[in-house]
Design a protein. Structure first.
Length: 281
């Protein structure tokens, strides 16, 4: 039986199937009201891990979640990401993990989310223009100051993970990954070996028409949706995978979370695994 919970960093219990808030519109009503309803429904359905980032609207997504959910129920983890900033000259977004920027964005996140400590803070990307020791050292200092509880990384390689772990305790990794996009399988394996949470972004597989047809066939046999099949595959593939599918619709949210109860047979898993083998051949 697949476990439905995971302990991030060895001490932070969350439900493995979480929610990615990136797709929630933050514009004025009625879109904003609909987004608030989705976030609240996620918590009502038992979600305890919600993912956001400074990049999502320049902090507007964080503010939306606070408006919807603060004061937060006990056990709810809202994790955010820093290290991407908008240029004052061009208005374009780019990597910026200079110590001063990381500190500013952490302070902004604390204010927007209305908390005194970010229990899990993830570096959105490693900034190649800033020494890694400076980036991670700053996050370590923020931990010491009590502003951050735990640190995660996003879109990294195995080598980068190894280097980072020499500087800080990495408790989570957020890389692009799904049934048909397993480029980061080595990173997942490294996370599994170390007990590090792996949060796949873009967790729902789309693929070619032939691949979609095979996933749909499995879904029909299980009286489920193709999305539920791909999420159930993730949950069964590794015990450290914590999918965070996102949506702006309550019906899709409910469909996604129901995947937690879908059990794939070994035969179904074999058929789905073959799709990956064909895609990477």
């Amino acid at each position: 039986m697949t476990s439905t919970t995971f302990r991030i960093g060895g001490d932070l219990d969350v439900r493995r199937l979480g929610f990615g808030a990136m797709h929630l519109p933050t514009e004025p009503a009625p879109d904003r009201e609909a987004s608030i309803a989705v976030a609240r429904r996620a918590v009502e359905l038992g979600v305890t891990l919600i993912d956001t980032a400074h990049l999502y609207g320049g902090g507007a997504n964080e503010e939306l979640l606070a408006e919807a959910l603060h004061p937060y129920p006990e056990g709810l983890l809202i994790t955010t990401k820093v290290g991407v900033a908008r240029s004052a000259e061009t208005g374009e977004w780019g990597l910026d993990a200079r110590p001063s920027m990381l500190r500013a964005q952490v302070d902004d996140a604390l204010r927007r989310l209305r908390v005194e400590r970010l229990e899990l803070l993830q570096l959105h990307r490693i900034d190649p223009e800033t020494p890694l020791a400076d980036q991670l050292g700053t996050l370590r200092e923020l931990q010491t100051e009590g502003k951050i509880g735990r640190v995660g990384l996003s879109e990294i390689t195995v080598a980068e993970l190894e280097r980072a772990r020499e500087i800080i305790d990495v408790v989570s990794v957020q890389n692009r990954y799904n049934l048909l996009d397993r480029e980061h399988e080595p990173v997942l394996a490294a996370c599994e070996a170390a007990g590090i949470a792996f949060l796949p972004w873009r967790p729902v597989a789309w693929g070619t028409s032939g691949e979609r047809a095979e996933i749909a066939a499995v879904a029909t046999e299980l009286d489920a949706s193709p999305t539920q099949v791909t999420l159930a595959w993730l949950l069964g593939h590794s015990p450290v995978i914590l999918p965070i599918p996102g949506t702006a619709r309550i019906d899709h949210l409910e469909e996604n979370l129901a995947a937690e109860h879908l059990q794939l047979t070994s035969s179904h898993r074999d058929r789905l695994d073959q799709l990956t083998e064909q895609a990477t051949a």
